[in-house]
Every structure is written in structure tokens, then in C-alpha cells.
Design a protein around this ligand. Structure first.
Ligand code: ATP
Ligand code: MG
Length: 204
């Protein structure tokens, strides 16, 4: 019995040694130091909330952060309230129009999107920003509210040390090619589809 236990422990130790070796080799191989581009897309929950998680991480180190939301819901969200009230150092800008299926006005949406992109572009040229969140930007491209070439140019020409997070469903292939990190979040299940109401502090 004891022999079996010893054997299991030896096998476990060898496995862990091998794992540690592999992890150390990967860490050593990743030696490029620069800002990263991150795309969080897909139909599953967790895109904007993950982006705001990175805002908190950056603020933990007192880095300068900019957040631009390309869509404004009918009600404000917990993250908006928190950032506006408790994080005066964060530059926070909202497009100011509601969801496109609520505004139902294409020309005013396009004007608002372009005005918002002007704000984003300025941030993307400012190397004092460590992290920029472009929340729900994907829709501006899929609705053709913004010119994709201009957006891609702005994203690509940003300062080398600046990281950018783009969120939203249905990201274009240009965005997927551009991003260093792409997470396509799948919806396996969502409570809303079982009739559970969106929850304050969890969903908004
Ligand atoms: P979150 O902000 O919770 O991380 P998200 O950014 O991934 O969500 P969006 O499509 O931007 O997803 O979400 C808009 C709203 O719909 C949020 O309140 C979100 O919690 C909720 N939601 C997200 N995914 C789903 C889904 N698959 N079904 C229903 N509601 C969803
Ligand atoms: Mg979102």
C-alpha cells in the first residue's frame, strides 16, 4: 500500500518537474516587451467585464487608462458609475447614443460614432496611456458606421508600449488579424435565455 503511494508521489513529482521545465522555457521564449492588442469577441458573457478587469489591474499600478464605450445602454452600468465616481484619473467617454435598435437613426448614429472615434484616435496617439479600452467597437465596423481602414490604421499606429482592448460580438477578420490576443467567448448557456432577468452588479 505504502509502495503504491510512494510510486504515485514519484510520478506526480516527475510530472510537475516536467511541467515546470516547460513553463520556464515558455517564459524565457517570450522576451518581447511591448504593449499588446486584445480582442474579446463572441456571443458569450464576459467581454466588457474582462476589459474592466484589466482597467482595475492597470489602476493598481497607477497607470493611465482611457475607456471609450461605443454604445450606451438605456441604463448606466456599475462599471460606468464606479469609474466616473471613484476613478477620476480614468478618461471615460461614452458615445452617448443608445443601442442602434433603439435610436433607429442611422445618420445620427454615424455622426456620433465618428465623433467618438476622434476621441479614441487622440488617445491612440498619446503614449501616456498605458491601456485603452474600446468597448463595443466591433459594432461600429459591422454596421459600417466607421471606416474600417481608418480604424485599423489608428489601432496599428499607436505607441509601442500602449495596450488596447477591443470588445464586441462579430469581430471582423481585420480585427482578428490585427490583435495579438483573440478570445472568442462562446455562449454555452446564459441565464437570460432561461428567463432570468439581467442582474444589477453582475450583468450591468
Ligand atoms: P459583460 O458586460 O457581462 O461582460 P459582454 O460584454 O460579454 O457582457 P455584451 O453583448 O456586451 O456582452 O452584453 C450586453 C449585456 O448582455 C450585458 O448585460 C451582459 O451581461 C449581457 N449578456 C452577455 N452575454 C449574453 C448572452 N449570451 N445572453 C444574454 N445576455 C448576455
Ligand atoms: Mg460588452
Amino acid at each position: 500500500m505504502n509502495n503504491l503511494k510512494d510510486n504515485k508521489n514519484i510520478i506526480h513529482k516527475r510530472k510537475m518537474e516536467k511541467l515546470k521545465e516547460n513553463i520556464n522555457a515558455s517564459i524565457k521564449a517570450a522576451n518581447i516587451k511591448r504593449g499588446v492588442s486584445i480582442l474579446l469577441t463572441g456571443n458569450g458573457k464576459g467581454k466588457s467585464s474582462s476589459a474592466f478587469g484589466m482597467v482595475i489591474r492597470s489602476l493598481g499600478y497607477n497607470y493611465k487608462v482611457g475607456v471609450i464605450q461605443f454604445i450606451k445602454g438605456q441604463q448606466s452600468s456599475g462599471e460606468e458609475i464606479f469609474v466616473r465616481k471613484k476613478c477620476p484619473s480614468v478618461t471615460f467617454y461614452q458615445m452617448g447614443t443608445g443601442f442602434t435598435w433603439n435610436t433607429q437613426d442611422r445618420s445620427s448614429d454615424i455622426a456620433a460614432a465618428n465623433k467618438t472615434w476622434t476621441v479614441a484616435k487622440k488617445m491612440l496617439q498619446d503614449d501616456t496611456y498605458h491601456l485603452i479600452i474600446l468597448d463595443e467597437l466591433t459594432y461600429m465596423l459591422s454596421f459600417k458606421y466607421l471606416d474600417e481602414n481608418l480604424v485599423m490604421e489608428g489601432l496599428k499606429n499607436r505607441p509601442a508600449n500602449q495596450s488596447v482592448v477591443v470588445t464586441g460580438r462579430g469581430a471582423s477578420s481585420a480585427l482578428k488579424d490585427w490583435a495579438d490576443t483573440v478570445s472568442d467567448i462562446q455562449e454555452t448557456k446564459h441565464a437570460f435565455n432561461a428567463g432570468v432577468m439581467a442582474r444589477k452588479g453582475v450583468d450591468f
